[in-house]
Design a protein around this ligand. Structure first.
Ligand code: ZN
Length: 260
């Protein structure tokens, strides 16, 4: 059977290009929609495989990854040729890119994978390229959120799903041992819980699934007691996810009391 690009694949790719990143339930619905005239319904992974084969000579790739905020799977169109931040240089000035790098530093260094707007503002005074005023920083952060490089919640910034999927090779290269993979899904973990004994990290949504209904949660690596409050996620169905994504925030994970 020929596995060639059809108009269905092309339409899917065009939607992907204008969105940049797409939730898997939406990608699945689109795939079914574009293939509705075909006798055999397309499987999403196979469908994307055909597109990826076509994209390869152009160093592009549709890659899957998890959103750290809601635990859903997303697809992102990734540029394999330029995995560095410099690829953003057509959209951002040098000092803006320097501040974005510093924001990434703050997020990677933080325990919870977040940087506060105050901490980011403080970095703006120490930029080597050109200092930025408060208003300029605020505008930049808004743009980075709009362009889907960062997410913002109550004045705190996290790396977006797009950023993590696209920049993973760059992040692993620059930060090396400072970034760790999730012990459950093996993708890089930023917003996560850390084993106080061996340092293993687990994404909040992965912890919610892994420790669900577990009365004696233990580290999957060293078997030490897992001292964190187990987050609760509502892994929604396709029809619910688009309308109420904002409400999928995990329950408080602030509790750090260790049970002896
Ligand atoms: Zn994970």
């Amino acid at each position: 059977m020929a596995r060639q690009m059809t108009d269905s694949h092309r339409r899917f790719l065009q939607t992907m290009m204008s969105n940049g990143v797409m939730e898997s339930s939406k990608a699945n619905a689109l795939c079914l929609h574009f293939c509705r005239d075909q006798s055999v319904p397309a499987q999403l992974d196979e469908f994307i495989g055909v597109i990826n084969a076509e994209l390869q000579p152009m160093f592009m790739h549709i890659r899957k990854g998890m959103c750290e905020d809601d635990g859903h799977q997303y697809y992102a169109l990734v540029n394999m040729a330029e995995t560095d931040i410099t690829r953003m240089s057509s959209d951002y000035a040098d000092n803006e890119l320097e501040l974005f790098r510093k924001t990434m530093d703050l997020i990677v260094d933080s325990e919870r994978g977040r940087a506060s707007s105050t901490d980011i503002l403080n970095c703006a005074d120490r930029l080597q390229t050109k200092k930025m005023k408060k208003k300029e920083v605020e505008n930049l952060l808004d743009r980075l959120v709009q362009d889907k490089w960062l997410n913002e919640k109550r004045g705190e910034y996290t790396l977006s799903t797009r950023c993590i999927i696209e920049m993973e090779p760059y992040i692993r290269n620059i930060y090396q041992d400072l970034v760790k993979p999730c012990a459950i899904c093996h993708s890089l973990a930023f917003q996560s819980q850390t084993c106080e004994n061996c340092g293993v990290r687990i994404h909040l949504p992965c912890a919610a699934k892994f420790f669900k209904n577990n009365t004696d949660p233990r580290c999957p690596s060293c078997k030490d007691y897992w001292p964190h409050e187990i987050p609760v996620f509502q892994f929604q169905t396709l029809s619910q996810s688009a309308s109420s994504r904002a409400s999928t925030a995990p329950a408080s994970t602030a509790s750090r009391t260790r049970r002896k």
